[in-house]
Design a protein around this ligand. Structure first.
Ligand code: 3PG
Length: 392
């Protein structure tokens, strides 16, 4: 894969695919600008080297745009342009579309060091449909294509997989760093390597668990996915049986491996506010009218002990229903245990986990905070990412 420094960018129109898919609050303010911040070194390098910088990105999902009843306008990238302008301390010109004659003409009139941000790629269905016509339209806007959108590299979308066919292409600094760090987990980790996996959706994580059970020295599982594994293991009974796909995925895991650590105790409650009552229980003894909402103190103790000995730690997915205290205790104490291990290289990723970490004020204590949610999980599952393949 070529990277930014392999290109002569002076006076060239450089089309940079970013992942500015950032969360917004109800008032339409950007809630977390971490992904915007991470794009800055690439943009600054291009400006310093006298390129003409054209930024493209998606925001939101078409389905959500339609079903939310929100005007599509509320998925505009305009607020991102304003935030970027503030963070960079440079003027960003926002263009109201991302293809078409008018846009092409504007890019041809650009001066060295100028920066444009184009409107949301997903306003055109050709993006998601990976339509070559749409990709060719985008290609008319640049002389070089740089993919800096690691978080979108698991998508087979026009600006990710098709566009690089039509322009000299390479990866930006952010993409390069993500690949380097995450590859080290799979290929030459510092040992002991400890993986901590939680969250809700097991469908997207069974391959990940398999890969990490092979590669890591310890795999610690919490969150709703631990619950599902315990059901398939037969430890928790009388619960809805997971989907066939999930069961097959779990059965492929070596469930007797001594590297695999499941919760020994749970925090259970009949309601998610925890107002009726909360109790500590063995997972098998969580009653039918209760939910397993967090890992318990015994599990925290054992997980923390394993984490203390690690040289490399990778974490994706909260370990309980962290949105509602006191069910955030497991995630918080495990985050603290990770941070206390000052000698380990600490990697974290995934939207919910990053949100939890910023609530605990611990995000900046990690060595590598991945901008990828699904992309990081796919990468660590050992599946090649289509966006990276397209740059080869
Ligand atoms: C993400 O937020 O994980 C990336 O921006 C990809 O977004 P998507 O899941 O909507 O494709």
């Amino acid at each position: 894969m070529k990277t930014l420094k392999d290109f002569k960018v002076k006076n060239k129109r450089v089309l940079v695919r970013c992942d500015f898919n950032v969360p917004f609050d109800e008032k339409g303010n950007i809630e977390d600008d971490f992904r915007i911040e991470k794009a800055i070194p690439t943009i600054e390098y291009l400006v310093k080297n006298k390129a003409k910088v054209i930024l493209i990105s998606h925001l939101g999902r078409l389905k959500e745009m339609k079903s939310s009843g929100c005007e599509v306008k509320s998925y505009s990238l305009r607020p991102v342009a304003l935030r970027l302008e503030k963070l960079l301390g440079r003027r960003i010109e926002f263009l109201e579309d991302c293809i078409g004659e008018r846009i092409e003409k504007r890019t041809k009139e650009m001066k060295q060091g100028e920066i444009f941000l184009l409107e949301n790629l997903r306003f055109h269905k050709g993006e998601k449909e990976n339509d070559p016509k749409f990709a060719k339209e985008l290609a008319k806007l640049g002389d070089i294509y740089i993919n800096n959108a690691f978080g979108a590299c698991h998508r087979v979308h026009a600006s990710i997989t098709d566009l690089p066919q039509y322009l000299p292409s390479g990866g930006g600094f952010l993409l390069e760093k993500e690949v380097k760090v995450l590859l080290s987990v799979l290929e030459n980790p510092w040992r002991p390597l400890v993986a901590v996996i939680g969250g809700v959706k097991l469908e997207s994580k069974t391959k990940l668990l398999k890969e990490l059970l092979e590669k890591a020295d310890h795999l610690l599982i919490g969150g709703k996915i631990a619950n599902t594994v315990l059901i398939v293991k037969g430890i928790i009974v009388d619960r809805p049986w997971p989907s066939e796909k999930v069961v097959e995925g779990i059965k492929e895991l070596n469930l007797t491996s001594t590297k695999l650590h499941l919760p020994l105790d749970a925090i259970a409650s009949p309601d998610r506010t925890g107002k009726i009552y909360i109790r500590q229980s063995a997972p098998a003894k969580v009653r039918k009218d209760e939910e397993f909402l967090d890992i318990g103190p015994e599990t925290i103790k054992i997980f923390s002990k394993i984490i203390k000995e690690a040289k490399m730690i990778v974490w994706a997915g909260p370990l309980g229903y962290f949105e509602q205290p006191p069910f955030d205790k497991g995630s918080k104490e495990i985050a603290e245990a990770i941070v206390r291990n000052y000698k380990a290289y600490k990697i974290v990723g995934g939207g919910d986990t990053l949100f939890a970490l910023s609530q605990f004020g611990l995000r900046d204590k990690f060595d590598h905070v991945s901008t990828g949610g699904g992309a990081m999980l796919s990468f660590l599952s050992g599946e090649g990412l289509p966006g990276l393949k397209a740059l080869e």
